[in-house]
Design a protein around this ligand. Structure first.
Ligand code: ATP
Ligand code: HSE
Length: 317
């Protein structure tokens, strides 16, 4: 459960005084996610999400993230609209954190997506890229190669608290960092990307995508990197082994809306390695520095590193 900053009913009531969305009826901590504090907020006017932004989501980037969801939602893309307070602002402060109220979207994420679901999710990712084409803000990727190195260095400093398994993983991460260098040198089509398009950020209802959520890693980048992240998230089993049918269904769905060009196709394996490394590093860091006082369950970094085997095997000779 991700609650880093607890919020009481009284705190929420005081915060909502600035909004025109009714009175608080119920406030329930949401039992998913690892980055931000999320509550389901029921008011006399409906259901919302109350999010308090924690360490990895820097406040100056929130106009990009919230602006991107508002931009997409306004164009009929399935994602939540941020709710404005009475002054027209999306962001306020609550218990020392930047905080926002977001539209609640119905649906549930799929634990075992079928090939049709994979294809639908791929198609929606391509729609996201096309629908965001005229979104004007930019944000550098907050978890790019410089941050991977910073997080790995911090893991080295924290090695005293790491398990043997995490120390061994750290050695592999360091070797991969040295081998990969900067994988983003190719000149590829890009724009606003989601950068965390995992199954738990894509809600389904009646066999269709009802909402894409959690744009807080959203940034400006190569579309093919976003696809490589998504393939790495959707196309592997719980042990980190490739599921060829899932990978091809997802990519087929993506390309049914936005076909890749030759340079993107050639870059995909290396971008897949970059994606595998990115999520291994953040997971490893978060596990080594996990504070049991926070209601959050760290995710396994090893299964992400294992994805590297698949991507390396598909690299052109
Ligand atoms: N707009 C929404 N409508 C419905 N449910 C939502 C919405 N936003 C978040 N949720 C619920 O809250 C959970 C956590 O939200 P979110 O993924 O934004 O958190 P996070 O900590 O940023 O997660 P992650 O670990 O994916 O980065 C989601 O899995 C979903 O169940
Ligand atoms: N989707 C990420 C968590 C959010 O950064 C992961 O599974 O590691």
């Amino acid at each position: 459960m991700a609650v880093f900053t607890p919020v009481s009913i009284a705190d929420a009531e005081a915060f909502l005084a600035g909004y025109d969305i009714g009175e608080v009826v119920e406030l329930t901590a949401i039992a998913e996610g690892v980055e931000n504090t999320n509550y389901r907020l029921d008011t006399t006017r409906g259901r919302f999400v109350l999010t308090l932004f924690e360490g990895r989501t820097d406040e100056v980037s929130l106009p990009f993230c919230l602006g991107l969801t508002a931009h997409l939602a306004a164009r009929g893309f399935p994602c939540p609209t941020p709710i404005e307070d009475r002054s027209g602002a999306w962001l306020g402060r609550l218990n020392g954190r930047a905080a926002a109220v977001i539209e609640w979207k119905t649906g549930a994420w799929l634990r075992t997506p079928s090939s049709a679901d994979q294809a639908a999710a791929g198609a929606v990712l391509a729609r996201l890229h096309l629908t965001a084409a005229d979104f004007e803000l930019e944000r550098a990727n907050p978890v790019g190669p410089a941050m991977w190195r910073r997080l790995a260095d911090r893991c080295v400093e924290g090695e005293g608290r790491a398990s043997d398994a995490d120390r061994a993983l750290l050695r592999q991460v360091q070797a991969t960092l040295a081998r990969l260098g900067d994988p983003f040198t190719a000149d590829l089509p890009g724009g606003a990307i989601h950068a965390d398009y995992f199954p738990d950020n894509v809600l389904f209802e009646d066999d269709a995508v009802s909402a894409v959520i959690d744009f807080y890693f959203g940034c400006t980048g190569a579309f093919a990197y976003d696809l490589a992240i998504a393939l790495s998230a959707w196309g592997f089993d719980a042990e980190g082994r490739a599921m060829p049918d899932a990978l091809s269904a997802f990519q087929r769905g993506y390309e049914s809306v936005r076909p890749l060009n030759a340079a993107e196709r050639a870059a995909l394996p290396r971008l897949g390695e970059a994606a595998a490394l990115r999520f291994t590093v953040t997971r490893l860091h978060d596990r080594i520095f996990h504070d049991p006082a926070n209601l959050v369950t760290p995710k396994d970094p090893a299964v992400f590193l294992r994805r590297m085997d698949h991507w390396r095997a598909t690299e052109p000779a």
